[in-house]
Design a protein around this ligand. Structure first.
Ligand SMILES: *[C@@H]1O[C@H](CO)[C@@H](O)[C@H](O)[C@H]1NC(C)=O
Ligand SMILES: *[C@@H]1O[C@H](CO)[C@@H](O)[C@H](O)[C@H]1NC(C)=O
Length: 510
């Protein structure tokens, strides 16, 4: 898998605390990520293209029909199909051993894994699961609860033969809240679950608490259940949660579906026309295809990578300062030069670089590109080369009406959910940054045998460093290096996540 050089979950609690304290100590510094704070930084001398000669070549690219049809055609069957093994052992315990609560950190995709693991842990313990509590993310500040994002009735129904789930604790336990645990040390809090704890760890450490008190709150809980040496039916249950039980609420699905339709039928002048199209049942499904590009290029990530992104001295200083404030120089990458980082494939691709990659892979200028992205550090100036290569680039803002967007205003998790939906429905998916969203998509799209391109970061880093390479050579090298990176099934290896590599645990041969 791609080496993940950006793992916000590491040192999570400390970093989260720090971010929470930031506004107190540095009130001027605290603006939403990726947004300029003119009082301190004038950090952009608008970033210029860094690979001008490649860009010129890419703008004149000619792509053969054969190459195009290969690129857009669905994956051939690979001998694996979805297959969830849990039903055999699906006997609900006659008596629940107590209630399990979890409080989940991170963004939507990290929380998603936490939900799957929480169901598995409740099953291991024969406990009743309380619908997981989603923590407010310190970076994105989203307060959406589980039931604002996921369809709770569906969740409970799909899992009803596997575990019992309640929306809230019964009255006698109503004292066991997030606030209760935040204010003092409590006997019912399980605080020490090791990363990738075994099923036995939970049996030994949580059962006694359930016996004494009837309830146990496990936090932190991210990445707290092992992927290896875990019973087949528990693995199967994790698959079932991730691929069957977690469905977005209807208004997210409906909006996602509307965006998909607009991407596939781009005969539009304005949003109202789109809406008419959606209600008109007789509009036939367009033949239009689209590719989703997940582009996470926010200031947090740019700073954490310690790479140089061509915004000049002002940008370098701004990123160094951000690193200093947030991580006190504990960013490993900053020991290396930009060149060293690039040749090791440790720099996130810029929008310009991902544009060149897409062009070399064979996407022509008529490609409909959906940008699944929150905010791009450097704004439109940073995206302009990508837009030149792909003028039909869309995102939530360009496709949805103001009314549609108003419901999601300021709700990063709901916006991420829409992106997840549109990404799942796209003909091709590619991500510029191997983080949680990338992994979630690789996993879910593998499960459904959908085409997913995994950029070879090491190769690209080296190609972009070589200033004497012309477009033809770049194009050839990119294609050769990505032949086997377009969704070919890869079996999970020890320690790897079942949510990124669903075969063989969630899939069967045949
Ligand atoms: C859970 O329930 C099953 C079936 O009733 C039983 O075999 C198992 O020992 C129980 N485990 C615990 C930890 O209570
Ligand atoms: C850069 O690319 C050129 C053309 O492909 C090649 O001949 C040269 O060896 C490369 N240089 C490095 C340092 O890799």
């Amino acid at each position: 898998m791609l080496k993940s050089w950006y793992q916000p979950q590491r040192g999570g609690v400390f970093a989260a605390l720090l971010v929470l304290l930031l506004p107190v100590f540095f009130p001027d510094l605290f603006t939403p990520l990726g947004q300029a704070s003119p009082s301190i930084f004038s950090e952009w001398n608008a970033p210029k293209p860094r690979h001008l000669s490649l860009l010129k070549g890419a703008l004149q690219r000619k792509i053969s029909e054969k190459q195009k049809s290969e690129l857009w055609s669905p994956l051939e069957p690979q001998g694996w199909k979805p297959c969830i093994r849990s039903a055999s052992n699906a006997i609900l315990p006659t008596k629940s051993s107590g209630y399990i609560q979890v409080f989940l950190d991170g963004g939507l995709n990290q929380q998603r894994m936490g939900i799957c693991d929480a169901v598995a842990v409740a099953k291991i313990l024969n406990a009743t699961l309380v619908i997981p509590h989603l923590e407010v993310n310190p970076v994105w500040q989203d307060r959406s609860s589980f039931d604002e994002i996921f369809d709770v009735d569906h969740f409970i129904r799909v899992l009803k033969d596997d575990i019992s789930i309640v929306r809230d604790l019964p009255n006698e336990y109503s004292w066991s809240t997030r606030e209760y645990y935040a204010t003092a040390i409590r006997a019912t809090r399980i605080k020490t679950a090791p990363v990738h704890a075994s099923a036995n760890w939970y049996l030994e450490n949580v059962i006694p608490v359930l016996r004494s008190y009837g309830v146990a709150a496990i936090a932190p809980f991210s990445h707290r259940l092992a992927f290896d040496n875990t019973a087949e039916d528990i693995q199967g249950l994790r698959c079932k949660v991730n691929f069957q039980a977690l469905k977005f609420v209807p208004h997210i699905t409906a909006l996602g579906e509307a965006l998909v339709k607009r991407l596939r039928n781009p005969v539009h002048a304005n949003a109202e026309e789109y809406l008419r199209e959606v209600v008109d049942e007789h509009v036939k499904e367009g033949s239009g295809k689209y590719v989703t590009l997940h582009l996470r290029f926010d200031k947090d990530m740019a700073a954490h990578s310690a790479c140089d992104f061509g915004g000049g001295k002002a940008e370098r200083l701004a990123l160094a300062k951000y690193r200093q404030v947030l991580w006190q120089g504990r960013v490993l990458n900053s020991q290396f030069t930009d060149e060293e980082l690039r040749s090791q494939g440790r720099c996130p691709l810029t929008p310009e670089e991902i544009g060149l990659l897409l062009a070399a892979l064979g996407f022509d200028s008529n490609t409909r590109l959906y940008l699944a992205s929150h905010k791009v550090y450097g704004g439109e100036a940073r995206i302009s080369s990508l837009r030149k290569l792909f003028p039909f680039m869309e995102d939530k803002k360009s496709l949805a009406s103001e009314d549609e967007l108003a419901k999601l205003e300021g709700k990063a998790s709901l916006l991420a959910a829409v992106d997840y939906y549109v990404s799942m429905r796209s003909d091709v998916f590619i991500s510029a940054s191997p983080g949680n969203m990338h992994n979630a998509m690789v996993g879910h799209r593998t499960y459904e045998n959908l085409k997913t391109i995994r950029p070879s970061m090491g190769l690209l880093g080296q190609l972009f460093l070589n200033k004497s390479m012309d477009w033809f050579e770049f194009d050839q090298a990119v294609q050769a290096g990505h032949k086997n990176r377009q969704g070919h099934i890869r079996l999970r290896k020890p320690k790897q996540s079942i949510y990124t590599y669903p075969a063989p645990d969630c899939m069967c041969q045949g």
